[in-house]
Unconditional design. Structure first.
Length: 246
């Protein structure tokens, strides 16, 4: 039997809805911060290229991409085409509006509300952060890891780097043992339960694993995040992504 990466995942009939996590504006902000760009002066060609690469990777993972992601892709391609078209003599006489203006306005507004939401999230919440508990044990006193919450797209970026390390196989592998995403979810829970602290993201992928196994493992991690059974974070910005049971 012959398989490829995308078909092996699709055969499991397993789909993750990406709109359960974040939206296209989050992805754009992630790309802007990752490339250390100025929102006011976005290099639209670079951002469009990287955005489409993310959508391609999501397709490989069989993620259910919401229509708003595809709409944003169309918007970026439209803006890119407008910036590439030569301006007419009339437009040269009048300072035409920057085709990126509306997108920049939306990004700035979205970033403002996102930062405000982050501030509110840090405030203590009744029955979540404010409650009575016994005196801490020695284990609890050992020291908690400092955590910087990681976004879904940072997780996808880390996954892409792992996938790049897998050597391209010159043959098709016959898979007799078909591990499902549900089974991998249970394996990851058991693995994290055995660990006293968090685990580095890359350690959740077996050595010499096939591309199919890597993709299924990543889908299982996304499912755990969606079910709020695990947390993804970094000890500092741009550090190794880590996972722990929630």
């Amino acid at each position: 039997m012959v398989e490829n990466d995308s078909s092996s995942v699709k055969e499991s009939s397993y789909t993750i809805r990406l709109d359960m996590f974040e939206g296209p504006l989050d992805l754009l902000l992630h790309l802007i911060h990752k490339n250390e760009l100025d929102i006011i002066n976005i290099p639209i060609a670079l951002i469009t290229e990287q955005y489409l690469e993310y959508l391609k990777l999501m397709k490989v993972l069989n993620l259910d991409i919401a229509g708003e992601y595809l709409l944003m892709a169309s918007t970026l391609l439209y803006i890119k085409s407008k910036t590439l078209l030569p301006t007419s003599s009339e437009e040269e006489g009048e300072e035409g509006e920057d085709p990126r203006a509306e997108l920049i306005r939306r990004l700035l507004e979205y970033q403002k509300y996102k930062e405000a939401a982050a501030v509110l999230e840090k405030r203590p919440m009744l029955d979540r952060d404010v409650f009575i508990r016994p005196a801490p044990t020695e284990t609890e006193d050992a020291g908690e890891e400092e955590r910087v919450e990681a976004s879904l797209f940072e997780l996808v970026e880390a996954f892409r780097k792992i996938l790049e390390r897998v050597k391209t196989e010159a043959f098709h592998e016959v898979m007799l043992d078909r591990l499902s995403v549900e089974e991998r979810v249970q394996e990851l829970i058991a693995l994290l339960q055995r660990e006293k602290r968090s685990m580095a993201f890359h350690l959740l992928f077996p050595e010499q694993a096939s591309r199919r196994m890597i993709i299924i493992t990543f889908l299982a991690i996304l499912e755990l995040v969606k079910m709020r059974l695990v947390r993804i974070f970094q000890l500092a910005p741009f550090e190794t992504i880590r996972l722990s049971l929630a």
